[in-house]
Design a protein around this ligand. Structure first.
Ligand code: FAD
Length: 140
């Protein structure tokens, strides 16, 4: 089992219907390929986790990278995993506020992620997202 996380920037702001279309397209294809994961969108930026068999994940990522709907695709993690984190989710979608996004993008260094979780003023959503990122990048 393999997983991959990337950040990217939407070429243009996505309207709700465009996001729906993207998710429908992604979920159909992911179901056929056995790929699960999560897609976060906020402030014209995406964070996506893809998990599944290695070749299927890498092929999907390659297609995603070529998609003109976004740019500046930056790979954040790409490694073998023992178990899926999103079993049952063809592609879970979660909208993200600017503050959450700043936390995520600004705190991608593993050591800082661990520290960030100790902050007393973290909201529940931010905490969950940071825990999620920690589980990907910090040794278990
Ligand atoms: P085709 O459907 O044959 O399309 C040809 C080209 O047009 C491709 O370059 C495609 O990227 C582009 N394209 C397709 N639809 C549109 C559109 N509405 N507007 C503009 N250009 C378009 N796909 C998945 O399978 N799984 C995912 O998890 C997934 N996540 C994505 C996350 C993001 C942030 C984005 C932007 C796209 C995602 N996609 C995902 C879609 C993926 O990029 C491909 O469009 C899709 O997989 C179809 O690939 P294809 O090569 O068959 O292209």
């Amino acid at each position: 089992m393999h997983h991959l996380i990337y950040f990217s920037r939407a070429t243009q702001a996505f309207a709700d219907q465009q996001l729906q279309d993207l998710l429908t397209q992604a979920r159909l294809r992911n179901a056929a390929l056995g790929i699960t994961g999560i897609l976060l969108y906020g402030n014209d930026q995406f964070v996506q986790v893809l998990e599944g068999e290695e070749q299927a994940v890498l092929d999907t990522y390659e297609r995603i990278c070529r998609d003109p709907r976004h740019r500046a695709v930056t790979l954040f993690a790409n490694k073998a995993i023992a178990v899926r984190s999103y079993e049952g989710w063809g592609m879970y979608f979660h909208p993200m506020g600017p503050a959450t996004l700043r936390e995520l993008v600004g705190l991608v260094k593993p050591a800082e992620l661990a520290q960030a979780l100790l902050r007393p003023n973290l909201g529940q959503a931010d905490k969950h997202m940071l825990q999620l990122l920690c589980s990907f990048v910090l040794p278990q």
